[in-house]
Ligand binder design. Structure first.
Ligand code: URA
Length: 236
């Protein structure tokens, strides 16, 4: 055994590994057939505190009955994307396509949003996309204040977990509810706000559904996106 250990050390040394611990020094757990196996310090993938909380949060949202919209939705739409994203895009509420597919911004407005992000050099998978409301209001009517209030803790926790470097609020409903203001969207554009309770900058732009109806406004939205990029880079 002593010889084996010396041979192992020589191999490890040849591989450039000069620090090791004897197995008996590592915490052990029962392996197959009851033999002890070393337990690495790093947690198993998906078992760190944040991953566990993401899963619990998503499950809670999927089963949420905090407002009457749960009775009319097909499913709750939690959010999608990179949980370590620098960019967090926040929209209004799921529409018919999102309600059916369970993912935000997958309809025509979503395609335009994806193109807008691409124009900035961002793949959809790179950012995180969420909504003020997780359930679709019937006939896409505006969210009611009590619905927004019921959903607010979910978005707040998503923001805390992602810790993005910037939040892009798309559309009046997202901007006004996030910033707790009733200022019209035109007056909110082109400014650097801070997400209440955090130091995360917020930039406001038009909703892609509005841009589909008013394509001449796309130029302004592009200005907003470039402004957001400058804010993200700390240039504003
Ligand atoms: N509009 C939104 O604001 N969010 C979606 O997820 C889809 C359309």
């Amino acid at each position: 055994m002593i010889e084996d250990e010396a041979v192992r050390r020589r191999y490890l040394h040849a591989l450039g590994i000069t620090q090791w611990e004897r197995r008996s020094a590592l915490p052990v757990q029962g392996g197959a057939m009851g033999q002890p196996v070393p337990v690495a310090d790093a947690p198993l993938p998906g078992t760190d505190a944040d991953s566990l909380e993401w899963r619990a949060l998503e499950q809670t949202v999927r089963g949420c009955t905090r407002c009457p919209l749960h009775k009319t939705r097909t499913q709750a739409v939690f959010g999608v994307g990179n949980k370590n994203a620098e960019w967090l895009v926040i929209g209004e509420a799921p529409g018919a396509d999102e309600d059916r597919l369970g993912e935000p911004f997958v309809g025509r407005a979503g395609q335009l949003l994806t193109s807008m992000l691409k124009a900035l050099g961002l793949a959809r998978e790179q950012v995180y996309i969420a909504n003020i409301l997780k359930s679709r209001p019937p006939n896409n009517r505006d969210p009611l204040p009590e619905e927004v209030a019921a959903c607010e803790p979910y978005l707040k926790r998503q923001i805390e977990l992602i810790r993005p470097r910037i939040i892009l609020a798309v559309g009046r409903i997202a901007a006004q509810n996030l910033l707790k203001t009733d200022t019209r969207i035109g007056a909110l554009r082109g400014q650097r706000f801070t997400c209440p309770g955090t130091d995360i900058p917020v930039v406001v732009t038009y909703h892609p559904a509005y841009l589909l109806r008013s394509p001449l406004e796309k130029r302004k939205a592009w200005e907003d996106l470039k402004f957001a990029r400058r804010v993200m880079r700390g240039e504003v």
